[in-house]
Design a protein. Sequence first.
Length: 601
Amino acid sequence: MSDQPPNTGANTPPGDAQNGPGQKRPKRARVGEVLVERGALTQEQLGHALAQQKATGARLGAVLVEQGVITPGVLVRALAETLGVKGCQLRHGLIDPALLRLVGAEECERLRVIPMFLVRGELTVAMTEPQSLPTIDRLHQLTGHTIRPVLALEANILEFVRKYASGDVDVDEFLTSLAESDVEVVERESIDEGPTTDLDRMIQGSPIVNLVNVALLTAIKSKASDIHVEPDKRGTRIRSRVDGVLRDLMKPPPGMHAAIASRIKVIGKMDIAEKRLPQEGRVRILAEGREIDLRVSSMPTLLGEKLVLRILDKENLRVRLDELGFRHEAFETFNRVLRRPHGLVLVTGPTGSGKTTTLYSALDLLRSPELNIVTVEDPVEYQLDMVNQIQVNEQIGMTFARALRSILRQDPDIIMIGEIRDEPTARVAVQAALTGHGVLATLHTNDAPGAVARLLDMGIESYLLSGAVNGVVAQRLARTVCPACQSKYYPTERVLADAGLLDMRGKAFRKGLGCQQCHDSGFQGRVGIYEVMEVTGGIRRMIHNSAPTHEIREHLRNGGALSLRDEGVLIAIEGKTSLEEVLRVTHIEDTDAPEPRKAAA
C-alpha cells in the first residue's frame, strides 16, 4: 500500500505502512498518527476504533466521531494535515445558499460537495475529496468558474446541501451559533496579498464577517433602503429601514459591537483606528447575483460607534416616470413643464421622499442622442446611459457651484443638480435657466409653493426667479396597503375632519390588518404622492412681487390645483393606502387646515 493517504485520509490504519530500517518517514502522516501526536487520541482508543472499522467497514474518522472520542472539528483539522489541504467546519453564514443552484442539489449530493462563496470568479467549494481532479473538472464545467477546493466532512456537507435545497435558512439559528463558538480554521497559511482573497482571510473571524453578510443579504432581500448598526447597553442593535420605517433586523450577542463596526469600516475603506470622528465610505458588493452600492457613515456616540449603510440597489430604481405613481392630471402637468426648452424645474420634499428617483425618471424621459445632459450629484447614486454624471468632492474644492460654472462651458442642453444647498449654487442654476438651458434640481421645502420663498431667502432676486422657474413638484412616499391582509375599515370623525372628508362619513376605506408577509405592519411597498405647481402668468407675477407662500398657495387652490394632502386623500379613496398614512406623511406645519370639501369622484 502506498505511503500516501487516500483522498479521504480517514479509512486506512496507520500500521499498514510501517517503515523498515533505513527507510524514510512518509512525508504525510496518517490521520490516526496525527491524532495521537496531537494528544487528541490514545493508542488504546485508536486500537479500539481500528477494530470497529475492520468489523463494520466504516471510515476511521467516522468511527472516532461516533464513539465520541473526538469532535468533527478535531477530525477536520487532522484530515487537512494529512492531505496537505485546507479545511473547515461548515456553519450558517459561511455558505452563500444562492450558489447551490450553480451545481444543483442532486449533483452536490452525488459529488459530496457544496459551493461556499464566490470571489472574483473563483468559487470556493467544500468537498469530501478536495484532491479529486475529476470532481474539480466537473465543477468547473458546471459553473464556469475556477474551483478552489477545501476539505469538509461528508455528513457536514450533506446536512447543508439538504437544508439549503429545501430553503431552510434560519437567521436566528445562525446568530445562536455565533454565541456558541467560532468557525474553526484549519491549517493556517500566510495571507495572500494578491488580488484574490485567500480562504484564511475570508474565514478569519468569520462569525463577524458572516454576521455582516447575513445582515446585508437580509436587508437587500427585504428591499431596505438603510441599515443601522447601533451600540446598546446590552450589545448591538441592527435595524433596517423598509418602506420608510425602521424595523429590527437582528440582535447579535453581547461583546461583538466593536468587531462588527470594524468589519463594516474595513469594507467601506475607512480608518478603523479612528473612532472619535465621523467618517464616510463607499463599497460595491455582489449580492443576489447583482452589483449593489453601499454608502457607509460612522458616527461616534456615548456607547460606541453608530454606523449607517445606505443601500443603492438599481433593481429598486423605477426610472419610468409613468410608473412612479403620478395621478393622470399631475403627470400631464409635470410632463408639460418638463418639455419646455429651457427654465428651472424643482423637485422638493424631505430626505427619503424619492426626489432623486423623480429626477432620474425625468432624465430618462428626456434623454436622447440629440441632447447633451449633464448631472452634478453628491454622490452619484445610479448610472444612466447617455447622461454625463459628475461627482461632487468638496474636499478638493469640487463644489456644486464650481462644477456648474464649468458645465456651462460644456455646451449642455439639460443640467441636473442633485441638491441646491446654498446661494452660489442657486444663483448659477437660475442663471443657467435664464440663458437657454433646462435645469432640474432638488430642494428641501415642505410643499411646492414653499420653494419660491426658499430661493428668495437664499438671496435670489425675485425678478430673476420669476423668469427662471417653470414648475415645482412636491412629493412624499406613503406606504401601500398590504394585499395579503387588506381589509375595510371606517376612519374616525377626527381623521375624516383632518382629511377634509366630513361628508364621507360611513364610507369604507382600506387598511392592512398585519400579517407575516408585511411583518405585522399592514403595509407593503410605497406609492408617491405628488403636488405639481405649474408656473403660469399669474404665479409668475406673484413671484416677481415676492408674494408670501400662503398667498401663492391660496391662488393655486382658487384655480383648482390640488395640494399635497388633497392628492394623498384621493389615493386613499382609491384604496391604495390608508387615510391615516396620508395624514402622517403630508403633515405640514405652515399649511392651513383643509376645509371640508366634497371628495373627487
